[in-house]
Write a protein that binds this ligand. Structure first.
Ligand SMILES: C[S@@+](CC[C@H](N)C(=O)[O-])C[C@H]1O[C@@H](n2cnc3c(N)ncnc32)[C@H](O)[C@@H]1O
Ligand code: SF4
Length: 383
């Protein structure tokens, strides 16, 4: 079998915890890099037995803050991936980085280790907003990190969070104008979400700040879509924009519902198997994961089969995020059914008439209006 595979590596540590973030990220005084390197390599070997005989198209170091990994650890994982699988000649190797000057100093070594794409968490180009978001970098540091990134990596992207408290459509439009000249081939622009369990959740609940109204948030989203398209970086997914051909291949693996394996605390995988996909999840607590790997060779918490209706719904949930939508032939090869037949014309017709979905013989896609309210759309499709 020569199906493509993505490899995700999770580094769960950060220097500080941002008040909006509910990712599996933790602050620890000391991290034993050698122990962590050995454990990640051990689980990578285990993962190669879960998804053998594939061609790895992408490796993604996510977090947490993987720019805090020793470049030798990153390099060792890349070398081991080449040893365990065949790899594509144009293998994409992405690493998420925080744009502090300390981390930018490691970019040369990370590039040397094989990283060829970096995704920088800039979050805001406004000093007060960076403070509010609890970030450790300044606007100037972010600009310098971007400049350093463009010297060392063939490809780079950065993240911004908008629809922040106090932000208006006008102030976001001005910030976007400051961002566009800095953009390379790819930008991720996320609307702030208030996640349960974060400090922002508690602050918001007690009224410490108010978010922009729904109308303002929708206006910011629509403006972002049109301004970025005009700048040559149209959205290829709800929050992701790229120049033609510059989409993140790793993220496309998720949204096209292709196979990927995950190593590290809380990492997920989906691997095609008879009757559906095997869903694999590793233990999320960093210390529990580390000990499990050291004792048993892997930190798997759950491995179950996704099949039938669940498989169709998961494939829909992923594919409808993409501007290109779902390739019906690819959907059949993954789930065994055509999405239009699975959903039924009676369910689709009103959503198509309402301007939320569109389809032809080859594709089923959410329209921009549909992507803007994707959760509601998916609920209607699942009902
Ligand atoms: C795993 S995190 C980032 C990696 C890196 N540690 C950083 O902070 O730059 C991926 C991205 O998700 C976005 N993000 C995280 N929490 C969010 C939230 N509550 N609302 C909107 N975007 C969020 C941020 O833009 C962040 O850069
Ligand atoms: S946003 Fe990034 S740096 Fe902040 S806590 Fe989350 S993963 Fe860590």
């Amino acid at each position: 079998m020569t199906a493509p595979l993505g490899v995700y590596v999770h580094w769960p540590f950060c220097k500080s915890k941002c008040p909006y973030c509910d990712f599996n990220s933790h602050v620890r005084d000391g991290v034993d890099q050698t122990r962590w390197r050995d454990a990640l390599l051990t689980e990578l070997e285990f993962a190669a037995r879960e998804a053998p005989d594939r061609i790895v198209e992408s490796i993604f170091f996510g977090g947490g803050t993987p720019s805090l990994m020793e470049p030798e650890t990153v390099g060792a994982l890349i070398v081991r991936t080449h040893a365990l699988w065949d790899t594509a000649s144009n293998l994409e190797i992405t690493l998420e980085a925080n744009p502090t000057s300390v981390e930018a100093r490691r970019f040369a070594a990370l590039a040397e280790a094989g990283v060829n794409r970096v995704s920088l968490g800039i979050q805001a180009l406004d000093s007060a907003a960076l403070r509010f978001l609890g970030r450790e970098h300044s606007v100037d540091e972010a600009r310098e990190a971007l400049e350093t990134a463009s010297r060392h990596f063939g490809r780079h992207s950065f993240d911004l969070i908008y629809s922040r408290p106090g932000q208006t459509p006008e102030s976001w439009a001005r910030e976007l104008e400051r961002a566009l000249p800095l953009a390379g081939e790819h930008l991720s622009l996320y609307q702030l979400t208030i996640e349960r369990g974060t400090r922002f959740f508690a602050d918001h609940a007690r009224g410490a700040f108010a978010l922009p109204s729904e109308t303002e948030a929708a206006e910011m989203y629509e403006y972002t879509q049109s301004r970025l398209a005009a700048a040559g970086l149209p959205a290829y997914e709800i929050s992701n924009h790229a120049r033609p051909g510059a989409a993140s291949r790793h993220n496309l693996i998720y949204w096209r519902y292709q196979d990927y394996i995950g190593v590290g605390p809380g990492a997920h995988g989906r691997v095609a198997t008879a009757g559906g996909k095997r869903a694999i999840r590793r233990r999320s607590g960093p210390e529990a994961w580390l000990e499990a790997v050291e004792f048993t060779g892997h930190g798997t918490a759950e491995s179950s089969l996704v099949s039938g209706r669940d498989l169709v719904e998961e494939a829909l949930m992923m594919g409808l995020r993409l501007s290109d939508g779902i390739d019906r032939a690819n959907f059949v090869s993954v789930t065994g059914v055509d999405p239009v037949a699975a959903l039924g014309e009676a369910k689709l017709a009103p959503l198509i008439a309402g301007g939320f979905l569109e389809m032809d013989d080859h594709r089923l896609a959410a329209t921009p209006a549909g992507r803007q309210r994707l959760n509601a759309l998916l609920q209607r499709l699942a009902a």
